[in-house]
Design a protein around this ligand. Structure first.
Ligand SMILES: [Zn+2]
Length: 199
């Protein structure tokens, strides 16, 4: 009754973060009912993503065929201030408040027990290299989640950044941030306050 291709497609949808098996079937049935224009656009964009996506050599935000992202390439931004975030969506949130004029660095996740987070370790090496090279960096703002889960990552990040503490100020988001806060889920006012009150 169900063609193998349908099942395969649903399997792919099921692999999306936060999408369960029931939802993936619903998404599938919704998708096949969309018109040709929608499907063509989707296919075209998927091809673009497949062939043209690169990751910024400075901050690791995705780009289209560029070595550096638009933020890192923007000379009007303050390259002396680097905001260290857990994931890409944190940058979207920070950019939406329009108060932050520095640049970013994406850690790519958290260091969790029983989970080999090779990506975070390699990114920590990258930020170290970046700070060694960029002598004009004056401040690194750590904007990792304020959760218990993120604590081991905080410790590692501070350990790396402390090697530069004679020339680089290390700051964290402050005022009004509840324990457990994650940048991505903060409302703009709270995030703006926390950013302006960083120390
Ligand atoms: Zn970048």
């Amino acid at each position: 009754m169900t063609p193998a291709e349908f099942k395969k497609f649903v399997q792919l949808l099921d692999a999306f973060p936060e999408v369960g098996p029931r939802q993936s079937w619903r998404l599938f049935f919704w998708l096949i009912k969309q018109d040709e224009k929608f499907k063509s656009e989707l296919i075209e964009l998927m091809t673009t993503l497949k062939t043209k996506v690169k990751f910024c050599s400075d901050c690791f935000f995705p780009t289209l065929n560029q070595d550096r992202c638009d933020i890192c390439n923007d000379q009007k931004r303050d390259h002396a201030l680097i905001c260290l975030v857990e994931r890409e969506t944190d940058i979207i949130t920070f950019e939406s408040i329009k108060k932050f004029n520095g640049v970013y660095f994406i850690l790519g996740g958290l260091i969790l027990p029983f989970e080999e987070k090779g990506i975070v370790r390699s990114r920590l090496k990258k930020i170290k290299e970046r700070l060694e090279k960029s002598l004009d960096v004056k401040e690194v703002l750590i904007a990792l989640p304020l959760t218990k889960e993120a604590e081991p990552t905080f410790v590692e990040v501070i350990r790396v950044l402390n090697q530069f503490k004679n020339r680089i100020k290390i700051t964290k988001l402050r005022r009004g941030l509840p324990a457990g806060a994650e940048v991505e889920f903060l409302d703009p006012e709270t995030l703006t306050e926390a950013f302006l009150d960083r120390r």
